[in-house]
Design a protein around this ligand. Structure first.
Ligand code: APR
Length: 234
């Protein structure tokens, strides 16, 4: 009878992809320093100027061809050897998938997917080379980026909350905890469950959270050692 693996739930933000060369949103020179978020990432902005939003996501999608997962993504995959690992990510890149993580839940959508304007459940896989305009059709359907814009619902937040409620260990990596409902996941952890937060410039978190004030790659190396040591001690 093999021991059941503990459930390790990890919530990641733009910071985990920073060392792969994908800029974050709210750091100095972040994406929202160079673009008006309400113009390029909100529902109203999409209604006003869909061509601009298609262009914005075409550029972010194309950039995926130039980046690779970093060691933080890779260590999360390696932890699957010892834990039942679930990644909940605010990121729309595919670096967790490319690192080999087998359970990835995207809260804010995915750059490599488009969805039909007339049926939100009709989702199409695209490539970094895909370029779309408001006139682009896939299988006859006009399409939009499969991204959750500001002012839109986050359909995957319910399954994400359930995962956090089941976590035996909860880890937060590289998020400013500025955007809800993603930032609220921390409050769904059962009491007594260890929580770690890896970030070089961490936002305020409740007492009891172990903060690892490091970049994702170094922080994940430290966490990897801690988790395996704790496991050996069990
Ligand atoms: N390693 C780890 N964390 C890092 C690194 C790094 N190398 N570099 C920066 N960070 C941290 C920053 O300190 C910050 O806490 O990553 C976090 C990035 O915060 P944001 O730019 O706000 O990104 P995120 O929290 O993912 O934004 C949430 O906002 O605009 C929306 O939809 C967008 O999903 C995004 C959401």
């Amino acid at each position: 009878m093999t021991d059941k693996k503990l459930k390790l739930v990890v919530s990641t933000g733009a910071g985990i992809s920073a060392e792969s060369g994908i800029s974050t949103f709210r750091d100095a020179d972040g994406l929202w320093e160079n673009y008006d978020v309400m113009e390029v990432a909100s529902h109203d902005g999409f209604e006003r100027n869909p061509a601009l939003i298609h262009e914005f996501y075409n550029a972010r999608r194309a950039a995926l061809a130039t980046v690779e997962p970093n060691n933080a993504h890779i260590l999360l995959k390696k932890l699957e050897e010892f834990f039942d690992v679930y990644v909940i990510t605010q990121n729309v890149d595919d670096l967790h998938e490319r690192a080999g993580s087998s359970k990835v839940l995207h809260l804010h959508g995915e750059l490599l997917k488009m969805r039909a304007m007339d049926d939100e459940n009709l989702v199409f896989q695209v490539t970094p080379q895909t370029v779309t305009t408001p006139q682009t059709r896939i299988d006859g359907h006009l399409v939009r980026p499969h991204i959750v814009f500001f002012q839109e619902a986050v359909p995957n937040i319910e399954p994400a909350m359930e995962l956090v409620e089941q976590a035996d260990v909860f880890v937060i990596v590289g998020t400013s905890l500025a955007v809800y409902p993603a930032a609220g996941l921390l409050h769904y952890v059962r009491s007594g469950i260890p929580v770690y937060y890896i970030d070089p410039r961490p936002s305020a978190v409740p007492r009891g959270v172990t903060v690892i004030r490091k970049n994702a790659t170094e922080g994940m190396e430290e966490l990897y050692r801690i988790l395996l040591k704790n496991m050996a001690g069990k």
